[in-house]
Write a protein of this length. Structure first.
Length: 443
C-alpha cells in the first residue's frame, strides 16, 4: 500500500507530525513497535527549563531564553527550525488538545513552577488544567493528601519541598502534610497510579473518595480557600475532568501532582494524541516493529513485522520519530552509535568520560547529545552526499543531535516543535537543489 507520508514512532513527535501532515491533505501512516514514550512523561510540555550552560538557574521567561539559546547553539533543534515554528507548534497543540477535550493552561512564554511527588520544584510550559493550580508561587495554604500503598507520593516530602521554596521566595501560606487516606484497595492495585485512576472512573468509587476526603479535611479544620493537593490518579479518561468535579464536591480548589514512572497525565496525553491523529484520518499501526527501510529518489519502502508475513508500505516522505537513545532509535555498543532505521550517521557529544561525571551531575551528557545532525528542514546533514537517498527523510524528536532534554527540561517541547515542523513541511516537495520553506525561520 502507498502513502504520501509515513511516520515511524508514536510519541509526541511522530503523532504531531502525522496530524500536521494530515492537515496538509496528505495520506499518512504511523508505525510504532510500541505505544510511544509519552506515557512515561509527566503529561506537561517542557519547552525550556534550564539553559545548558546555566543549569543551576531555573528559567521562568521561556521566549527570551529560547531566543538566547538559538543564537548561542546553532546545532540545537530549536535553532534548526526557528522560534516561529516553536511558537506555532505550541498554539497547534493547545488547539488540538482542546478540540479533543483535554484542556491545557499556559502560553509557552513563561514557565509554571510545579512541585514533584518528591518535593522538588520543576519548570514547565504547558500543563493540564488538573495540575495548573499547583504553581508553587501561588499564595495561600495547601493540604497535601496521599493514599495508603502509593509509595511514590509522600505528602510530607511534597509539603516540605514546597515550603522550602516558598520561604526562600517570601511567599505567604504553607503547604501542610495532610496524611493518607485508605481507599480499601488490594496491595497490587493501590500501588499502581493507573489502576487507581481506572478504579476512580466508576461513579461509586469516586463518591467513596469524596467521603474519605471530606472526613480527613474536616479533621484539619481548613478554610474553603485551602487547596487540596492529591496524587494524579483522578480518572484515566482524558475527556473527563474529575479534578473540577471533586473541587465542587469538596468546595475546595483541587489539583494533582504526577506520580510513578507511567503517569496518569502522561497516559491521558498519549491517548489524546493517538485519538486526534486517528480522528484526522491518519492510519495508525501500533505494535508493528519495522524490519527494513529502503530509500530512493522517488519513493521509500518500509517493511514491518506483521502476523503471517512481512508487509511492505511505500511513501514519498518518511519522518523518523524513533525516540533516540532512550527509545531505541539510536543504539550504542563498543563500536559506537548506530541509527537503527536507515543507518544514518550519528553525531555524538564528544569523548567526555561520563563515568567520572557523577549520578546527579547536571552537565550535558555525551550519551544524551547523540543523534542525527540535520539541516533547517530537518533533513539529515548527509543529504549533500546523496540527495537521492535522503532527500525525502526528516528526523524529529529525541533522534536529533545537539541537545540534552534531561538537562534542559525540553523533551516534549522539542518533540512537539520538530514534529509539527516536519509534518507541515511534508506538504511541500523537495527537488534536488530546491528548498521550499514554510516560513523565513526555516530558510
Amino acid at each position: 500500500m502507498k502513502y504520501e507520508v509515513i511516520a515511524i514512532g508514536a510519541g509526541m513527535a511522530g503523532i504531531i507530525a502525522a496530524c500536521a501532515a494530515r492537515d496538509k491533505g496528505k495520506k499518512v501512516l504511523v508505525l510504532s513497535k510500541g505505544q510511544g514514550c509519552t506515557n512515561m512523561t509527566s503529561g506537561t510540555v517542557d519547552v525550556l527549563g534550564y539553559q545548558p550552560w546555566e543549569q543551576q538557574r531555573c528559567l521562568t521567561n521561556i521566549k527570551d531564553n529560547v531566543q538566547r539559546l538559538i543564537k548561542k547553539k546553532a546545532d540545537h533543534p530549536y535553532s534548526k527550525i526557528g522560534y516561529k515554528f516553536l511558537e506555532e507548534s505550541l498554539e497547534y497543540f493547545l488547539n488540538t488538545a482542546s478540540e479533543m477535550g483535554l484542556e491545557y493552561k499556559g502560553d509557552g512564554k513563561r514557565n509554571f513552577l510545579l512541585v514533584t511527588s518528591y518535593g522538588f520544584v520543576r519548570p514547565t510550559a504547558l500543563v493540564p488544567t488538573s495540575m495548573a493550580g499547583g504553581d508553587v508561587r501561588n499564595e495561600g495554604e495547601c493540604l497535601v493528601i496521599g493514599m495508603e500503598g502509593l509509595l511514590d507520593f509522600s505528602p510530607k516530602m511534597v509539603a516540605d519541598g514546597a515550603n522550602r521554596f516558598r520561604e526562600k521566595m517570601g511567599i505567604k501560606g504553607k503547604w501542610v502534610n495532610g496524611g493518607l487516606i485508605n481507599l480499601g484497595l488490594s496491595r497490587t492495585k493501590r500501588s499502581n497510579p493507573l489502576a487507581i485512576a481506572k478504579w476512580l472512573d466508576k461513579e461509586e468509587n469516586f463518591n467513596y473518595l469524596v467521603r474519605e476526603l471530606k472526613l480527613l479535611i474536616s479533621g484539619h479544620g481548613m478554610g474553603k480557600e485551602t487547596a487540596i493537593v492529591l496524587p494524579a490518579v483522578l480518572g484515566s479518561k482524558y475527556q473527563q475532568d474529575l479534578t473540577a468535579k471533586l473541587s465542587i464536591k469538596l468546595q475546595h480548589p483541587v489539583f494533582e501532582i504526577p506520580v510513578g514512572q507511567l503517569t496518569v497525565p502522561g497516559y491521558r496525553l498519549n491517548n489524546m494524541l493517538i485519538d486526534s491523529a486517528a480522528k484526522k484520518g491518519a492510519d495508525i499501526q501500533l505494535g508493528t516493529p519495522v524490519l527494513e527501510v529502503k530509500t530512493t529518489k522517488e519513493t521509500m519502502t518500509v517493511t514491518i513485522d506483521a502476523p503471517g508475513k512481512p508487509v511492505v508500505y511505500s511513501c514519498e516522505k518518511l519522518i523518523l520519530a524513533t525516540g533516540g537513545v532512550f527509545g531505541g532509535g539510536i543504539l550504542k555498543d563498543r563500536k559506537g552509535y548506530e541509527e537503527t532505521a536507515i543507518g544514518l550517521p550519528v553525531a555524538t557529544g564528544g569523548n567526555k568520560n561520563t563515568n567520572s561525571m557523577g549520578l546527579l551531575n547536571r552537565e550535558e551528557q555525551p550519551y544524551s547529545l547523540a543523534g542525527v545532525a540535520v539541516n533547517k528542514d530537518l533533513q539529515p546533514s548527509v543529504l549533500y552526499k546523496d540527495f537521492n537517498k535522503y532527500g525525502q527523510v526528516a528526523i524529529v524528536g529525541a533522534s536529533l543531535a545537539g541537545y540534552d532534554a534531561a538537562v534542559e527540561k525540553s523533551g516534549l517541547g522539542v518533540a512537539l516543535a520538530t514534529g509539527y515542523a516536519a509534518g507541515t513541511l511534508a506538504g511541500y516537495h523537495y527537488n534536488q537543489g530546491e528548498r521550499r520553506c514554510y516560513n523565513e525561520a526555516s530558510c
